[in-house]
Design a protein around this ligand. Structure first.
Ligand code: GLN
Length: 330
C-alpha cells in the first residue's frame, strides 16, 4: 500500500500553472515539517553498502520549468541514483531508436512484479515488457550502445549529465558493493541472451547497468532532471535540449505506467503523476509543463519506494494541484 497521510489536504485542480513562488516555497517547507519525523520504512540492505545509509536523511526540491528552485533539508546530500536512472536512460534510448523500436523490443507495460523479478521474463518468453524494472532496463542500456558496452556507457554518461546540468560521478563504493553481490542481475542478463533478447556480452552490459545505478546524485539533481522532462526535453537551467518533446512525452507515459514498480497503479490513483523511484531512497515526480519534485530519504516500503518521499510528493501533488487527472471548470 502507498502510505496514507493521517491528515490529507484537499486536492487542488491541475488546471493552470504552478501556484505563486512564495506559496510553492511555503508548501515545500510544510512538506518537510510534516514528514521529517515520520519513522516508517527500512533502509535497503540487499546491496550491502546501502544498508549503512542514515535513515534520518530527508531532502526535498521543487524545480519549475523556468529553472526556479525551492529546496529544503538534505537537498545536496549525494546518494546513488539506482532505478531512477532507468527513466532517463530510457529517454536517451528513445531518442536514438524511436518510439516504435522501443515499444517492440523492450515494451511499455507494467509487469506487476517486483523490480528484480525473474518470473516476469519467464512468463513472457524473455520479452522484458517494462523498461522501468531491471530486465527491461538492462535491455534498454544495451540498446543505447547497439550491444557495445563502451558505447552504452559513453552515451548514458553524457546524456545523464545533460539532464542534470553537471557531470555525475560514480560512487565507487556503491558500485563495488553491488558488483560483488550482483548474481541476480547477471542472471537476468543471461536469460535475456538465452531468449535472443540481448545483443552483446551480457555480463559486460549488466556491468554498465550496475555503474549507471551507482552514479551519485542529489535531490536537487533529480528535480532538475525531472524538470527537463517537464519542459519538453529542454534543461531549464542550461537551456540545452536533451531529448525531443516526443521523447519526453513517451518517457513520462512509461513512468506513469511503471515508474513505481508493482505499486504504479496505486501511485497514479493517489498521486496522479509520472514518477520514478530508486532503492537508495530517491523519487522524482514530474508535472508536465510545470516542473518536477525531487525527494530523497532512505527508509523504504516493501516495494522499495521511499516512505517520506512518497508522503511529501503526495502532499505537494494535492496542495499544488499537480495531479494530471484533477481538472476543474475554467
Ligand atoms: N541497482 C539496483 C538493482 O539493480 C536498482 C534497483 C532499484 O533501484 N530498484 O537491483
Amino acid at each position: 500500500m502507498i502510505p496514507t497521510d493521517p491528515q490529507p489536504v484537499p486536492q487542488e485542480a491541475a488546471t493552470g500553472p504552478l501556484p505563486q513562488w512564495d506559496r510553492v516555497e511555503e508548501l515545500v517547507h510544510e512538506a518537510y515539517q510534516r514528514y521529517h519525523g515520520h519513522a516508517e520504512g527500512t533502509v535497503a540492505d540487499y546491496i550491502p553498502v546501502l544498508g549503512r545509509a542514515d535513515p534520518g536523511l530527508f531532502g526535498l526540491v521543487v524545480t519549475d520549468v523556468a529553472g526556479g528552485n525551492h529546496a529544503v533539508g538534505d537537498a545536496e546530500v549525494l546518494f546513488s541514483i539506482q532505478s531512477i536512472s532507468k527513466l532517463f536512460v530510457y529517454a536517451l534510448a528513445l531518442e536514438r531508436h524511436g518510439h516504435a523500436r522501443l515499444r517492440d523490443v523492450v515494451g511499455v507495460n507494467n509487469t506487476g512484479l517486483p523490480f528484480n523479478s525473474v518470473m516476469a521474463l519467464e512468463l513472457n518468453a524473455g520479452h522484458p515488457m517494462n523498461p522501468m524494472v531491471n530486465a527491461g532496463a538492462i535491455a534498454t542500456t544495451a540498446l543505447l550502445g547497439d550491444g557495445d558496452p563502451f558505447a552504452s556507457w559513453a552515451a548514458l554518461d553524457a546524456g545523464l549529465a545533460a539532464f542534470a546540468g553537471r557531470t555525475l560521478s560514480l560512487d565507487e563504493e556503491v558500485y563495488s558493493s553491488e558488483a560483488e553481490s550482483n548474481e541476480r542481475n547477471l542472471a537476468l542478463g543471461k536469460l535475456l541472451t538465452n531468449y535472443g533478447r540481448l545483443e552483446g556480452d551480457s555480463d559486460a552490459l549488466v556491468d554498465v547497468y550496475t555503474r549507471q545505478c551507482a552514479l551519485a546524485v542529489t535531490a536537487q539533481d533529480i528535480a532538475l532532471m525531472g524538470a527537463t522532462l517537464a519542459d519538453g526535453g529542454v534543461n531549464p537551467v542550461t537551456g540545452l535540449r536533451v531529448v525531443s518533446e516526443e521523447v519526453a512525452r513517451d518517457a513520462l507515459s512509461v513512468a506513469a505506467a511503471a515508474g513505481m514498480y508493482e505499486r504504479s497503479g496505486e501511485w497514479l490513483f493517489e498521486i496522479g503523476l509520472p514518477a520514478k523511484s530508486g532503492v537508495a531512497g530517491g523519487i522524482v515526480a514530474v508535472a508536465p509543463g510545470k516542473g518536477a519534485v525531487g525527494a530523497f530519504s532512505p527508509p523504504l516500503d516493501s516495494a522499495g519506494n521511499s516512505v517520506r518521499s512518497q508522503l511529501a510528493i503526495a502532499f505537494l501533488s494535492r496542495a499544488m494541484g499537480l495531479n494530471l487527472f484533477a481538472s476543474s471548470v475554467r
